[in-house]
Design a protein around this ligand. Structure first.
Ligand code: TRP
Length: 376
């Protein structure tokens, strides 16, 4: 076959390649919400063998957009997040785990994408809106924070990622990224790849509430169960979980809606857990039906949830402790991942700059045309 045909063929194949990019801000240890919302999914995708490249980014630069005064917090939490990743089963042989700021090409891409987005469009981004409210930023939004959805578009497009497994709160970021891709491609020619979000199928995993029943899990509210949590802490948090405040006597009928213990069971329990810890019930539906009828006390359900969570988190906690014995090796993994990520991002940046015609020194046509122009 001719070179021409081979080129088209190669392009088709590269179009079909499946590339993942995702990441987390290093502002604390990761918790069970991260786990069911995204980490568990990533490990499944990694082990499916269906993806050509997987990039997992520790978003330190993004974390600094609202932590400018706390660089040490961000710096310390890079290791926490890396250990949580490895503990969950993210395998550095199969994924590139990297640190965002070690790939400066991402910043350069962000700068060019900024010209393709209006201030009012970012203002309408629901995630940015609620985060501004949460941080009481109304009158004093750092410009860097305001533009982080644009930098997130750079993170995704730099790797030509077409699949982004994240929590539901990131949907507006993906929408914004798609718009930037379309705008870029229509102005400068086909260069960037439009990504799709990948959400967990299980509804309960989409937005796991805090142990107090509040929608938002946060360190300051003390309502998260961390992946690295000690067994007695897990138990304490499970036993203090929000349930149905009108379910007072065991014989009272109980409500499932807004009942955190049942939401967690929806997210975590499997039939084999019933066999092991609660053989009187075949599955969660039977347990729910009994609770709704009345005659089932909160303590029994909480004991079950505690068993389930202890079983799920024990191997994560022990793997984490194992990895933590060799911190220099973790930095090696991050360095290797960052070098690999940088190479790919540099290639995309170079394509972006050619498309935008800001590749002066490599553009022989420009040099030739101007030579002729000035010779006249
Ligand atoms: N915003 C994500 C978070 O808060 C982190 C992140 C940064 C990210 N860039 C990304 C996620 C690109 C997915 C894709 O956890």
């Amino acid at each position: 076959i001719s070179i021409q045909v081979m080129k088209i063929y190669a392009k088709e194949i590269s179009k079909m390649s499946k590339i993942i990019l995702t990441g987390d801000r290093p502002t604390g240890r990761l918790h069970v919400g991260h786990y069911v919302g995204s980490l568990k999914e990533r490990v499944k995708l990694q082990n499916s063998g269906e993806y050509d490249e997987i990039y997992i980014m520790i978003a330190d630069a993004q974390a600094l957009t609202d932590n400018a005064e706390h660089p040490e917090k961000v710096r310390q939490n890079i290791m926490n997040v890396a250990l949580d990743y490895l503990a969950c089963g993210i395998d550095p042989e199969k994924c590139h785990i990297f640190i965002q700021s070690m790939v400066p090409e991402l910043t350069e891409l962000t700068f060019y994408y900024m010209n393709l987005v209006t201030v009012s469009r970012v203002q309408r981004n629901p995630t940015v809106k609620s985060e501004i409210q949460m941080r009481n930023f109304e009158a004093s939004i750092p410009v860097g924070f305001f533009t982080y959805p644009i930098s997130q578009a750079a993170d995704i497009t730099a790797f030509k990622a077409n699949v982004v497994p994240v929590g539901e709160d990131q949907l507006p970021m993906l929408e914004q990224t798609k718009e930037i891709v379309r705008k870029f491609n229509s102005v400068y020619g086909d260069t960037l790849v439009e990504p799709e979000i990948l959400l967990p199928e299980n509804q309960a995993c989409l937005r796991l509430p805090g142990t107090d029943g509040k929608a938002k899990m946060s360190k300051s509210l003390g309502n998260c169960i961390y992946l690295s949590e000690e067994p007695d802490e897990i138990q304490k948090k499970v036993f203090s979980m929000f349930t149905d405040p009108t379910h007072i006597k065991v014989s009272d009928p109980g409500k499932l809606e807004g009942n955190t213990v049942f939401t967690y069971l929806d997210a975590f329990s499997r039939p084999e857990h019933f066999e092991r810890y609660l053989p009187d019930y075949a599955n969660l539906d039977e347990l729910k039906a009994h609770y709704q009828r009345g005659g089932l006390g909160d303590v029994k359900v909480k004991k079950f949830l505690n068993n389930v969570l202890q079983e799920e988190l024990e191997p994560i906690r022990s793997r984490r402790a194992e990895f933590a014995k060799d911190i220099p090796e973790i930095y090696n993994i991050l360095k290797k991942g960052s070098d690999a990520a940088r190479e790919v991002a540099a290639q995309t940046l170079s394509e972006v700059k050619s498309a935008m015609k800001i590749n002066y020194f490599e553009d022989m046509d420009l040099i030739k045309a101007q030579s002729e122009k000035y010779a006249k």
